[in-house]
Structures are given as structure tokens and as C-alpha cells.
Ligand binder design. Structure first.
Ligand code: ZN
Length: 244
């Protein structure tokens, strides 16, 4: 359920019976012919569909992430790593204070990986609340499905081209783009990076059938839902050799 559809009393009532929440995080950045908001649209939607049967609240997506190499493409907004980490920490502090104890951060953008260190750092300061980070697009089953169809598929290719990220009246090139040279790309400043990647697709088919992307999406939703179900750090099924 969307947090936007709840009031605070309903949230307090929810916290009396469950302590899980989802925070989707995305990015606003070039995605070739697709929406600038692809990473936010997809992380929020996969979170909502995963949470729906479990009745877990999904907070509004964080629409900005870390994407400095796309800054030469108009419409891209990039947070400093420092800002991003502070925002993640502030969100977790607020949820922890409210009583959430199991929080799934669903990420839709590769550049947001500092979230992983930010979460590990945050968790080192508390033992009462557990955070899981889930990169929906490279989780094992989703990634295996995507690579089974097209191992070169990447940023702004068919795997991000769904009915809810396409723009009306924008035709897709009917071709397959070769994968970019990542080691080379990583050395480029924003203007040179724009010149190198052209329209912004990093490789793969621009579009595939709705049946194929729909099958990928079903896997991604189920894989995200499994993250909500556990294991969580406090589960009694987890055994360690450490003294308690
Ligand atoms: Zn993306």
C-alpha cells in the first residue's frame, strides 16, 4: 500500500501488528528514448506490486540518486555522494524512530551503490533495526532471465522499456546496440561520456515484446516480495557462532 494513501493514525495502527516498510530509491537521468524517471518508476512500482499482498507500506520513491556521468544530458539531476548518504541515513533514522524494525530499500539505479555502505554503517550503530538493500534489476533470478534473452542488455535497453516507462509517440529504433566499452566509459568526463554513448542506451535491443518484459517483471516482483518475507537479522532461524 502506498504511504500516500494512509494517514498517521492508520500508520500507527499498522505498526501495532507489523514493523516492515519499503523505501524505493531511484534516479532522474537520461534513459535514451525512455522517460527520465525510469529508475524511479520501476523501483517504486516493483516495490508496490511486491508489497501489495502482504499489506506492507511503500514510502514515496526517492527520485534523485548519484549519476554524475550523465550530467551533460539535460534533465539529469545528481546528488553528491555525501548528500545521498545523509538522505539515506535521515530516512532510516526517521523510520527507526517511528518503530519500523525491518526496512527493505528497493533500488533501481546502479549509481546508488553507496547505499550499501551507508546502510552497513547505519546498522553498525544499532541492533534493533535491520535494513535490506535490494537491487531489483540485478537480483539473481531477474538477472538470469534478462541475460538468458540478451547478455548485452543494459541501461536504457529493453529491460527498462516497459509499458509504464515508454513515452507516447516516441518511436524506438528497431536495432540492437553493441555493448559500450565500460573501462573506457569510466574514464570519460560528462561531455565526452555523452558523445560516446550517443542516445544513451548502453547496449542491447531497444525494445522486445511485452510478453518478454512482462515475464521479466513477474520474476522481479516475486523476487522483491521474497526479500520482504525474510530472512531478517532478528529471525530465530539465523544461527551464529558468536556469543550473544
Ligand atoms: Zn535505469
Amino acid at each position: 500500500m502506498r504511504v500516500a494513501d494512509l494517514n498517521w493514525m492508520q500508520m500507527e495502527e499498522y505498526l501495532g501488528r507489523d514493523d516492515r516498510a519499503i523505501v524505493p530509491i531511484g534516479s532522474t537521468e537520461q534513459h535514451a528514448y525512455l522517460s527520465l524517471a525510469v529508475d524511479s518508476i520501476l523501483s517504486e512500482r516493483v516495490a508496490l506490486e511486491a508489497a501489495e499482498p502482504l499489506g506492507i507500506p511503500v514510502f514515496p520513491v526517492l527520485p534523485y540518486g548519484i549519476t554524475p556521468t550523465f550530467l551533460a544530458f539535460p534533465g539529469t539531476i545528481s546528488l553528491r555522494v555525501e548528500t545521498f548518504v545523509r538522505v539515506i541515513h535521515d530516512i532510516l533514522d526517521s523510520l527507526d524512530q517511528a518503530g519500523f524494525r525491518r526496512i527493505l530499500v528497493v533500488n533501481g539505479h546502479g549509481g546508488n551503490q553507496p547505499a550499501s555502505s551507508a546502510i552497513a554503517e547505519w546498522m553498525s550503530k544499532t541492533s534493533r533495526t535491520t535494513i535490506r538493500l535490494h537491487n531489483w534489476w540485478n537480483a539473481p533470478k531477474t538477472l538470469a532471465f534478462v541475460q538468458g534473452i540478451d547478455p548485452t542488455s543494459s541501461h536504457a535497453s529493453w529491460m527498462e522499456n516497459l509499458p509504464w516507462t515508454r513515452l507516447a509517440d516516441v518511436p524506438m529504433p528497431d536495432l540492437r546496440k553493441p555493448a559500450i566499452d565500460y573501462p573506457l566509459y569510466s574514464t570519460l568526463h560528462p561531455k565526452a561520456a555523452r558523445a560516446y554513448v550517443g542516445d544513451g542506451n548502453f547496449g542491447g535491443d531497444y525494445q522486445r515484446s511485452d510478453a518478454e518484459v512482462g515475464a521479466m517483471w513477474d520474476i522481479a516482483v516475486k523476487e522483491t516480495r521474497a526479500m520482504l518475507e525474510g530472512p531478517w537479522g532478528r529471525d530465530s532461524t539465523i544461527r551464529t557462532n558468536l556469543p550473544s
